[in-house]
Ligand binder design. Structure first.
Ligand SMILES: [Zn+2]
Length: 241
């Protein structure tokens, strides 16, 4: 294909190993999956120690939302095996945020072939996570040179390339680096985004904006980082003065 043949809309940019590269849209469909058609998406929880780890699958293309605790990757692998999910098919992973219970096993999974998707808003959180971890946590430092670094704006094209209709949105509130995977079928993987009715130390305006963002995207059900899936909560209205 000649350079310049595609319109701007048909190109997307992605950072690979620190270098920004652009690709024609068609190339997105070769990324990790040969088939460009979007299949029905299934969701299985393989979490442990009260933190959910969601395997989101479109056929054999599988995305792990929240790799979980450091030192417990073996438990997660055993759970995958028990649920009939070949680890070799878990080719991509996303941490909703870089707190130890959600993200600290990421490098252990990368060593099993998972590519880690990092949203630009999360880049600073990875070295912060390393500073929290103690030797007893058996934390494997997350390498940063080999991740797939995406802007939220590019996430839809990337996800389409691996078989998923949806996007990743920045949903701060619980933490600045919190993101949500939103599928076009109405499901959203929100990590620890604080329910509006339970806001404590968080900035309520930031939390409310993140939830509003999800409502604007027509989210109907929530797959949180802890606890069972639930219906999208209705907006909490400020009490009248
Ligand atoms: Zn958290």
């Amino acid at each position: 294909m000649e350079a310049g043949q595609e319109s701007h809309e048909n190109r997307f940019a992605i950072r690979v190993g620190g270098a920004l590269r652009t690709f024609p849209g068609a190339t997105a469909f070769k990324w990790g999956l040969a088939m460009p058609d979007l299949r029905p998406i299934t969701v299985v929880n393989v979490g442990y120690r009260s933190t959910n780890s969601w395997v989101v699958s479109a056929g054999t293309s599988r995305l792990l939302v929240d790799p979980g605790w450091a030192g417990w990757a073996g438990t997660l692998l055993a759970t995958l095996d028990r649920k009939g999910i070949p680890v070799a098919e878990v080719r991509h992973g996303l941490a909703t945020h870089y707190h130890p219970d959600h993200a600290s096993a990421a490098q252990d999974l990368k060593r099993r072939g998972m590519r880690l998707i990092v949203v630009e808003e999360q880049l600073d959180a990875i070295p912060r996570l390393a500073r929290w971890m103690e030797p007893a946590d058996r934390y494997t430092t997350i390498e940063t040179h080999d991740n797939i670094v995406l802007s939220c704006a590019d996430s839809r094209a990337f996800l389409a390339g691996i078989g998923f209709a949806g996007e990743i949105v920045h949903t701060p509130g619980h933490s600045d680096d919190s993101v949500t995977l939103v599928l076009d079928d109405g499901r959203a993987f929100t990590g620890d985004l604080t329910p509006e009715a339970m806001v404590g130390g968080e900035d309520p305006a930031v939390v409310a904006r993140s939830w509003q963002r999800l409502r604007d995207l027509k989210v109907t059900s929530i797959y949180p980082g802890h606890g069972p899936p639930r219906a999208m909560p209705t907006a909490v209205r400020a009490a009248p003065e």
